[in-house]
Design a protein around this ligand. Structure first.
Ligand code: GLU
Length: 465
């Protein structure tokens, strides 16, 4: 049997970590088994689906080197197919038209809430004899069997799952605007595309029994399911934008490497002994469904940084210098206006987590800081801290041997003399010299920037105060 998997995102938002994880697992499973991986865009929610999100899906997968064998298929282009099947189901009595109004359904719901009953459609139209010429709007509902009472499927993580039909009502498969619902389209697509393994997020597990009933009604086959457990933040909540669950392309902007991100995401819910680092080839060779974790995973930006730093450290000196040259040209940075790129590389390459941190170094060394309109700078660079700058300047003028040690010694002397914390002294100098609050160690920056430029920046900062 040829293994066929798919990634089926809805273009109603930017792809995030959870989406990409299911894409990665589906892709790897197909690759490992020399099968096929299909990209399908589920855009039947016409109001929320946007072209910009379709573009985002394609660009994200391309950036991560996740390629697809077929597609992208768009559900919006398959309406005729869906409706043909719905018409057959109506003719065969496997589905029926429901003329209940919104108000009626709402009343029914309120009654059930009041009686503490499960909210379900009451089946009013299930056995109605219809006159052919009714012109009222209607939805189409699946006639869920009352006998043979269970939906059964295999989930590779949780085993066999059996859901009693009493748990379900006759749910809608086509809305009154003529658009088939998500559960219906998924089933028809998986059937037509001969999908053997459906790998998707745990949030879909409640949809699966519904999909099984549709599969049974149309005589399709049941694929093997894998519902991947959710990703939480450190406090145990579902991850939010704050914890990094944003547009994956933001990681590109923030200087992460595709391989580092893939490696991190792979390990977020899957393991292979204690192995942490996987090349693309290894991922494709070793991935299996068996080692997926049943429990939720925890998103940890430090771990992602660790992977990124690891892969950055694998770049050769020439690779990084070439990268920096290109970055400087693109950003109109004159590299003659600061230390040699080679020196920058030697001092900082093991300290940077991301390419963005490396980029920021270029700005620090080759451009002047901008003190204007910056609240932090206003807070730090003031009459109170001016003295730190003045003493520092005076002392570095007299340094005989320009080295990191002699710079450290000046720091020590200033702390003693002014009785202030290292944090305060370092932040004052950092902001005066670089204009930003997060930088690699300030003593290294001072050393590499050189005495003349440091004095120049300090003078500017003093004038600013
Ligand atoms: N379109 C669904 C989503 O974006 C995925 C459906 C599926 O994988 O079956 O969550």
């Amino acid at each position: 049997m040829k293994i066929i998997t798919r990634f089926a995102p809805s273009p109603t938002g930017y792809l995030h970590i959870g989406n990409i994880r299911t894409a990665l697992y589906s892709w790897l499973f197909a690759k490992k088994n020399k099968g096929q991986f299909i990209l399908r865009i589920e855009n039947t929610d016409f109001k929320r689906s946007k072209k910009i999100f379709i573009k985002n899906i394609i660009n994200t997968l391309k950036w991560l080197n996740i390629d697809w064998d077929k597609g992208p298929f768009l559900q919006s282009e398959r309406m005729v197919r869906y409706n043909n099947i719905i018409n057959i189901m109506l003719n065969e009595g496997k589905a029926y038209k429901c003329f209940c109004s919104k108000e009626e359904l709402e009343q029914n719901k309120q009654k059930q809430i009041l009686n503490k009953e499960k909210i379900k459609y009451n089946g009013k139209c299930r056995n109605k004899k219809l006159k052919n010429n009714i012109q009222l709007p209607y939805t189409v509902r699946l006639r869920v069997p009352k006998k043979n009472t269970c939906a059964t499927f295999i989930d590779t993580i949780r085993g066999q799952i059996i859901v009693d039909n009493n748990e379900l009502d006759d749910f809608i498969i086509r809305r009154s605007d003529g658009i088939p619902t998500y559960n219906f389209c998924v089933v028809i697509d998986d059937w037509d595309m001969k999908i053997t393994h459906v790998i998707r997020g745990e949030e879909h597990i409640n949809n699966t029994p519904k999909q099984i009933h549709i599969i049974n009604a149309i005589g399709a086959y049941i694929p093997i399911y894998t519902h991947v457990s959710i990703i939480k933040d450190k406090s145990g909540k579902k991850i939010s934008k704050r914890d990094g669950n944003f547009n994956i392309l933001k990681y590109k902007e923030n200087g992460y490497l595709p391989i580092a991100l893939l490696n991190y995401i792979l390990r977020l819910g899957w393991s292979y002994g204690n192995k942490e680092i996987f090349s693309l080839e290894e991922m494709q060779k070793l991935f299996n469904l068996k080692n997926l974790s049943k429990s939720s995973s925890i998103f940890d930006i430090n771990k992602l940084n660790w992977f990124n730093k690891y892969y950055l450290s694998k770049f050769s000196e020439n690779d990084i210098i070439d990268y920096l040259k290109k970055f400087c040209t693109k950003n109109s940075i004159n590299i003659n206006n600061g230390p040699k790129l080679k020196n920058l590389y030697q001092i900082f390459h093991k300290r940077c987590n991301t390419l963005k941190e490396i980029n920021n170094l270029c700005f620090i060394f080759y451009k002047n800081p901008n003190y204007q309109n910056n609240l932090l700078i206003r807070n730090y660079l003031n009459i109170d801290t001016k003295i730190i700058l003045e003493i520092f300047k005076k002392k570095i003028i007299h340094i005989k041997i320009w080295s990191i040690e002699s710079i450290n010694n000046i720091f020590k002397k200033i702390l003693l003399k002014l009785n202030i914390s290292y944090k305060k002294a370092a932040m004052t100098l950092r902001l005066a010299i670089t204009g930003i609050k997060n930088t690699p160690p300030i003593n290294y920056i001072i050393y590499l920037m050189g005495r003349e430029k440091i004095i120049y920046h300090i003078n500017n900062a003093i004038n600013f105060i």
